[in-house]
Design a protein around this ligand. Structure first.
Ligand SMILES: [Zn+2]
Length: 166
């Protein structure tokens, strides 16, 4: 290990150049470097991967998106129902939020054919319910608390109008 002074844009910087004979040595050094900065290794209780705990708070689960559930492990931990409910590959029609989306989509099409709303507004309304549905798929908090409220037709058309004005 030796300090190296290098010039970058006229400024002097002190770098450390470190040589390792084995990858393992580097990994150990990196690990202790983490310890030195107050981070420590922790095994995620959901995916069993190790991660560096970097906050003062007890962070029991990693915040990496868990490929199995499509949301971070820390989220899965807060919502244990996710593990039971979410199938491996969820189809749109399998979603518990699909029925409401379908009903809203039918209404949008009906209102359009009755001439209550023009094509532009209807298209934006569809775009909006699609985005709500997508969000409900990945954000369980949103799905449980906000999804239905957002999917209220008055709100849907209000949002559609707002989107057109922008
Ligand atoms: Zn994890």
């Amino acid at each position: 290990m030796m300090p190296v002074v290098e010039k970058a844009d006229g400024e002097s910087h002190i770098f450390r150049k470190v040589y390792y004979n084995h990858l393992k040595d580097f990994l150990f050094a990196d690990l202790f470097e983490g310890y030195r900065h107050g981070h420590y290794l922790w095994q995620c209780g959901i995916c069993d991967d190790y991660f560096f705990m970097t906050t003062a708070h007890k962070q029991l689960y990693c915040s990496t998106v868990n490929p199995k559930y499509g949301v971070p492990c820390s989220y899965v931990a807060k919502h244990p129902e996710v593990i039971d409910r979410k199938p491996k590959q969820q189809k749109k029609t399998d979603s518990p939020h699909y029925l409401l989306w379908q009903r809203r989509y039918d209404l949008i099409r009906k209102n359009k054919s009755l001439g209550r709303y023009d094509d532009a507004v209807s298209a934006k309304a569809k775009e909006y319910i699609d985005s709500c549905f997508e969000l409900a798929q990945v954000d369980f908090e949103y799905a449980f608390t906000q999804y239905e409220k957002d999917m209220d037709m008055t709100n849907v058309y209000r949002k559609a109008m707002e989107m057109l004005n922008v």
